[in-house]
Write a protein that binds this ligand. Sequence first.
Ligand SMILES: Cc1cc2nc3c(=O)[nH]c(=O)nc-3n(C[C@H](O)[C@H](O)[C@H](O)COP(=O)(O)O)c2cc1C
Length: 217
Amino acid sequence: MESPISYIKCFPFFNFIVYEAKMKKKSDPVALFAELYEKILQSGALEEPSAMTLATATPDGKPSARVVLLKGYDEHGFVFYTNLESRKAAELKINPQAALCFYWEPIHYQVRIEGSVLQVPEEEADAYFATRPRGSQIGAWASSQSSQLKDRTELETRFRETEQKFEGETIPRPGFWSGFRLAPQRFEFWERRENRLHERFLYVRKNARWEMSLLYP
Ligand SMILES: Cc1cc2nc3c(=O)[nH]c(=O)nc-3n(C[C@H](O)[C@H](O)[C@H](O)COP(=O)(O)O)c2cc1C
């Protein structure tokens, strides 16, 4: 069994989470993600711990990546919300494969998740949209995300017009705005170690089970 002593000297206590999962052969990557995410939330080390890079690609293999916020997760998948006419949504429509990547820099973790993506049910999107601040709801209506914008005034005018249109009313979710759920097929947990001998713990979904293995750093 590997000794964690050298790790204790070099890194704060929460840097044992992946090491421990590996040693105990924890077989549920979603539970491991939850454990890490909870620690990160509690640490207060990051302003946006839910920020994750989302990579999509065209069917001919041209990738694109951007940051979105994680709005929920469980064993069924990882959820984010966006404009359905955006570049990412257009790519997901024809190629529903995506990758997520979290980097929690102050505590030296990376989590990579890959899988296929489905739009969330309408009721789920409605329920989430209803929890958003009014300004963000209006912003969703006002933005033709990823389309060319003439100038900032145009966007601000659209915001004000939408504000007036819905004045005194509950704002419904735009039909062109919803969420996607990425159902994970592969997780990789990366934990920093000295001399760049980092821990890389991989889970791959096979025959309805998670197979675990290690990767060279
Ligand atoms: C911290 C952060 C959080 C973001 N969260 C979201 C989000 O949850 N949904 C979203 O559509 N865009 C979000 N964005 C904006 C995207 O990065 C991106 O600019 C936008 O979605 C358009 O991407 P696309 O043209 O590739 O579709 C966020 C950006 C940052 C920096």
